[in-house]
Design a protein around this ligand. Sequence first.
Ligand code: HEM
Length: 231
Amino acid sequence: MTTISERPAPAPATQATAAASDVPLSLALREGTREQHGQAEGMAFVENLMAGRLGREAYTDLAVQQLSIYTALEEAGHRVRAAGGDHDLVFDELTRVPAIERDLEHLLGADWRDRVHFLPATRAYTERLVACGDDVSRYAAHAYTRYLGDLSGGQVVKRMVQRHYGLPAEAVSFYDFPEIHKLKPFKDVYRERLDALPLDADQRAAVVAEAQVAFSLNQAMFAELGAVHQG
Ligand code: HEM
């Protein structure tokens, strides 16, 4: 039998894991993606779009890419819920696909379905979302990255694209959440749900790593959009 004094001291990695176990997932996600968030905000496509240096077609192209991404994200949400393990993290009021479809109909016309083209980076992002299967951890990483972004900076994006490109409300409904009356308390509830997921420290670290992948996939998509739409 091993007594306490005979036990080897924990390796530094174990100590680090123990310390990380105190960090709520929502905070670990914010800290773990902070640097990439700054990089994404500073990408040429994002900056040019926000500054009014592009045109409506650039905003439309972004909406097209989002159709593919949110279709896969929301199908993952359905799978997670159907498997019975969503831990109340799948919110119907966040569903974006019908809004994107409405926006595209306004922007591209009734035959919009024949006119959408997904970029290679979008296809890679979509495949990663399909690969989430019904795993709530992987879904959480991707849902956090997109929905909390839409509820935060997305609201700024909406105002800027409306102002610069004269877009009517019917073309930017992606950024509207009519069933969510106050965004800040909703985001707080979302973070509480993330923090309540029954995950150990290693599993939480894996969620943060997957969110970093999600940010990289967004950055790759902005890079390709930036190559097509230059200010
Ligand atoms: C024009 C570009 C962007 C602007 C101006 C912007 C702005 C912001 C702001 C101000 C917040 C903080 C809101 C708060 O404290 O409640 C925020 C949070 C967030 N943004 Fe962005 N953002 C941009 C792009 C992005 C992109 C490209 C993504 C990822 C695809 C993203 C994902 C997020 C996430 C996940 C949060 C929540 C952070 C947290 O509290 O954990 N943002 N954004």
